[in-house]
Design a protein around this ligand. Structure first.
Ligand code: E4P
Length: 219
């Protein structure tokens, strides 16, 4: 399963890009608002930091013509790796269908049901993003949703990639991988936790101590 970073923070993206295993970036209007820059400024900088798909969201949610205009502008300015993020609603699905005919990559976001994911796949979405954390917050089972979407994808060999989003903890990442999602997009602080284990730390401390003893013998 590929890992993307879910942030608009340039320092976090720069650090994560040095690790080697982060293959893309997802942003959304709330993440961009935290950075005090315009979407255009943030995206222009991210394109230089990471060589992989970068999702940038169209913000005029219910007007197909305006959405298409904004999507084309976003794509034309940063053609290299830009993925147009669209909401799964009537307008978003129409825009997705049109962009897929133009071979412009799309990420259908705010997916909370298997039927929404089915519509995204049928509309030619490049990616569909089910939101795990926000479903868990309302007492629903996000892992069941992932299982259902993975099954639908396999049943009909859809090419749409499943990005598990709204990741709140390492368990979300592990289960997404076990259930066969294609990608998880993960906040920086959760990415840091993925590599941590107290037995790795204590084991390493013991090895370092013992290595010193061996070095002293050879002197
Ligand atoms: C994904 O593309 C979204 O940007 C993100 O995962 C939303 O996460 P949140 O529910 O923590 O806001």
């Amino acid at each position: 399963m590929e890992l993307f970073i879910d942030t608009a923070n340039l320092k976090e993206i720069e650090d994560a890009s040095s690790w080697g295993y982060i293959k893309g970036v997802t942003t959304n209007p709330s993440l961009i608002a935290k950075e005090g820059l315009t979407q255009e400024e943030v995206i222009n900088r991210i394109v230089d930091l990471i060589d992989g798909p970068i999702s940038a969201e169209v913000t005029c949610d219910d007007n197909v013509d305006l959405m298409l205009k904004q999507a084309h502008k976003l794509y034309e300015t940063n053609k290299k790796n830009i993925v147009i993020k669209l909401p799964i609603n009537e307008a978003g699905l129409k825009v997705c269908h049109q962009l897929s005919k133009e071979h412009i990559p799309t990420n259908l976001t705010l997916c909370f049901s298997a039927n929404q994911a089915l519509l995204a796949m049928e509309s030619g979405a490049t990616y569909v993003s089910p939101f795990l954390g926000r479903l868990d917050d309302i007492g629903e089972n996000s892992f069941q949703l992932i299982q259902e979407i993975v099954t639908i994808k396999r049943n009909y060999q859809y090419k749409t990639k499943i990005i598990c989003a709204s990741i709140r903890n390492p368990q979300h990442v592990k289960t997404s991988a076990l259930l066969g999602a294609d990608i998880a997009t993960v906040p920086y602080k959760i990415l840091l936790k993925l590599k941590q284990h107290h037995l790795t730390d204590s084991g390493l401390a013991t090895f370092e101590k013992d290595a010193l003893k061996t070095e002293q013998l050879s002197k």
